[in-house]
Design a protein around this ligand. Structure first.
Ligand code: ISE
Length: 320
């Protein structure tokens, strides 16, 4: 049984605590920490864990076999570095950092150790795995286009264009790299659709080193619900993810399928699979099959190129 500590038990960290408690054999949440002590106490009481006020003490205390970092994005590099210092494995929620320089410092501090795993859960999403399987099986021929649609119902309060890219679009960037290989260049454009100045609707066009293309739409103020779909177009066919509805509702003269308000409703299976794979990797277990810290660094570099492309209106080369 592995004892896990969770730093940050807000929306994402709180769900990780519940997933670990009810759906991940071989692990239990031993301790939680949060900047809001009442939030930490509430989740601790719900799942039966201890509250540790100081995340540094949780990391260095030696009582946990692994740490999940689900605190605000800006805290990820420092906490990941603390886990490296303590030699304790960590599952770091994306992104690793909010800029490439900070991400690079963490990757360099890790060296050739394999302590950090990154929470790009689409690599465990059954829908996206079906796309990867089609490529691996040669079903669609040579993949030439990845198309991703990523819509949030409402943006985080005071969202910035940088956050739209580094906190949201970075998922699609990682999925595109995972499916088609490295980016060579990106172009991007965007529009503000709400009262703020942030470009909350962003379109990214990527060209990969293989010659394949990516087309990514990220719209964080879509209003109607949370929706993520993806498609791979190949020389012999296409593979497209299906919606995650389990039924069509007919009422009031219309028929439709409900959309979840948040990403948790769409990606629960992905998160549980990701947590099971990470817990299995602890101790003498097999290597975590998901994204590595180096993947997260390259994702961050591509995200920075997208931000530069949005600002300049030019095609930006991706140099890793
Ligand atoms: C959020 O942090 C996530 O990781 C979700 O998967 C993503 O869809 C959302 O845009 C982010 O804000």
């Amino acid at each position: 049984m592995h004892d896990i500590g969770i730093i940050g038990v807000g929306t994402m960290g709180g769900e990780h605590a519940r997933y670990l408690t009810r759906a991940v054999p071989g692990a239990r949440v031993a301790a939680v920490s949060d900047l809001d002590p009442s939030r930490a106490r509430a989740i601790a009481a719900e799942i039966g864990a201890a509250v540790v006020d100081d995340p540094g003490r949780m990391i260095a205390g030696g009582a946990c076999d692994g740490i999940i970092i689900a605190s605000p994005d800006s805290t990820h590099p420092e906490l990941a570095a603390a886990c490296l210092e303590a030699g304790i494995p960590a599952l770091v929620e994306k992104p690793l950092a909010t800029n490439p320089a900070e991400a690079r410092r963490v990757v360099e501090a890790q060296g050739d150790r394999d302590l950090l795993s990154l929470g790009f859960m689409r690599r465990f999403d059954p829908h996206h795995v079906a796309l990867a399987d089609a490529v691996a099986g040669g079903t669609i021929g040579r993949p030439v286009l990845f198309r991703s649609v990523h819509r949030n119902a409402t943006p985080p309060s005071n969202v910035t264009t940088r956050q739209v890219v580094t906190a949201s679009a970075i998922h699609d960037i990682d999925a595109a790299r995972w499916l088609l290989g490295e980016f060579a260049t990106v172009r991007a454009s965007g529009v503000p659709t709400t009262s703020g100045e942030a470009l909350d609707m962003v379109l990214v066009e990527g060209r990969h080193s293989s010659g394949a293309l990516s087309s990514i739409e990220v719209f964080v103020a879509a209003s109607y619900g949370y929706e993520v779909t993806a498609e791979l177009v190949g020389t012999a066919g296409t593979v497209t993810t299906l919606g995650n509805a389990v039924a069509t509702i007919r009422a009031g003269g219309v028929a439709g399928t409900p959309f979840p308000p948040l990403w948790l409703g769409r990606f629960e299976a992905a998160y549980v699979a990701e947590l099971r794979a990470w817990v299995s990797s602890l101790g003498d277990g097999p290597r975590f099959p998901g994204a590595s810290a180096r993947d997260a660094l390259i994702d961050q570099i591509v995200a920075e190129a997208v931000i530069e492309a949005l600002e300049s209106g030019s095609t930006v080369a991706v140099t890793t």
